[in-house]
Design a protein around this ligand. Structure first.
Ligand SMILES: Cc1cc2nc3c(=O)[nH]c(=O)nc-3n(C[C@H](O)[C@H](O)[C@H](O)COP(=O)(O)O)c2cc1C
Length: 319
């Protein structure tokens, strides 16, 4: 319901063909007029003075042919964009009389019938989007895990999200192995002592790669680790959205894990990603319980962000 809007190619009253991509950059309140196009177009046109300051435009899909829409627009002086859908293909996306709110990249964010509710939803969406993505805020390297199994479909979905990461020349250097059952037992045995908590996880993903799988630049920039890092980032955000914890760890015996999962020796076992649902905090050590329940720790932004000159970012004690 709230994914990207279904692809369409509909002619505007001007004769121009409009695809969802052409509407990007603005919020879009889209109505399906059907037989009642004039009434809906008039209603949405009346909203234009409220939509414009919120960076939004109004669009109405009508069953009438282009010349009829052109005449209506000219006669009424409407600012709404009328799209012609004589074959009714749009009906698969939106029922007559329904309103859809799209964000600035064409993702459906609200559906309903009441224009006032649409404006309220738009105002909420717009104010939320100025902040940091809520899933980034919610994600943490939590350690209290429930041992309940995670369906294969959900684990696959995590890797699917990771696989959407950008990579140098689209090389996609990431290779994931999901350990369950016997293989998981062997991975568990290879965890460092400090990672005792990860033994409760119902699944552990291994992420391996090789420098030959990605760009190697002459000044020593090998991009495979970077690509795998981005893939891991996306995986963690997807997990957060799905109510899961995905916690990357470096503390394990890499040879033992490679052996357990049949990962060739020449590959780098970059990280294990411990996956589970949130569990009981009392299973953690005092130290980890304090971290789990304590505030998110970050250096001040000024320690990692400079404008125009590296300057104070070169704190050598960090290196
Ligand atoms: C490459 C990497 C290795 C990590 N290794 C471990 C680990 O072995 N054990 C552990 O408990 N946490 C590990 N972490 C989690 C970090 O400690 C955690 O991300 C960091 O303290 C920041 O906390 P936050 O992710 O909750 O913001 C690792 C994280 C990364 C990215």
């Amino acid at each position: 319901m709230f994914g990207p809007i279904r692809e369409f190619a509909l002619q505007a009253a001007t004769g121009e063909t409009i695809h969802p991509r052409d509407l990007w950059g603005k919020y879009v309140l889209l109505g399906s007029g059907g037989e009642a196009t004039p009434a809906l177009a008039r209603a949405l046109d009346g909203l234009v003075p409220r939509l414009a300051p919120l960076d939004a435009v109004a669009v109405v899909v009508a069953s009438d042919p282009v010349p009829v829409l052109a005449e209506l627009t000219a006669r009424e002086g409407w600012k709404v964009l009328l799209l012609s859908d004589p074959e009714g293909v749009w009906g698969q996306t939106c029922r007559a009389g329904e309103l859809i709110l799209l964000d600035r990249v064409g993702i459906v964010r609200w559906r309903g019938h009441d224009p006032a509710e649409a404006i309220a939803a738009l105002a909420d969406l717009r104010s939320a989007e100025g902040g940091v993505n809520p899933f980034l805020r919610a994600r943490r390297a939590y350690r209290a895990l429930a041992p309940d199994p995670i369906p294969h479909e959900a684990l696959t979905r995590l890797v699917e999200a990771a696989h959407l990461a950008p990579s140098c020349f689209n090389n996609q250097p990431w290779r994931f192995v999901i350990a369950e059952g016997e293989a998981l037992e062997r991975v568990r045995a290879a965890l460092s002592r400090g990672n005792y908590w990860a033994k409760r996880a119902p699944a552990i993903l291994a992420l391996a790669s090789h420098r030959d799988l990605d760009c190697k630049l002459s000044d020593g920039r090998d991009y495979f680790l970077f690509g795998c890092g981005m893939a891991t980032g996306l995986l963690m955000i997807q997990a957060t959205q799905m109510g899961l914890i995905a916690h990357p760890i470096a503390g394990y015996d890499p040879l033992a894990v490679k052996e357990a999962l049949g990962i060739p020796n020449e590959y780098v076992l970059i990280t294990l990603i411990v996956v589970g649902r949130p569990g009981e905090v009392r299973t953690l050590s005092d130290k980890h319980r304090a971290i789990e329940l304590g505030p998110r720790e970050r250096k001040p932004l000024s320690a990692v962000l400079a404008w125009n000159k590296f300057g104070d970012l070169s704190q050598t004690e960090d290196i």
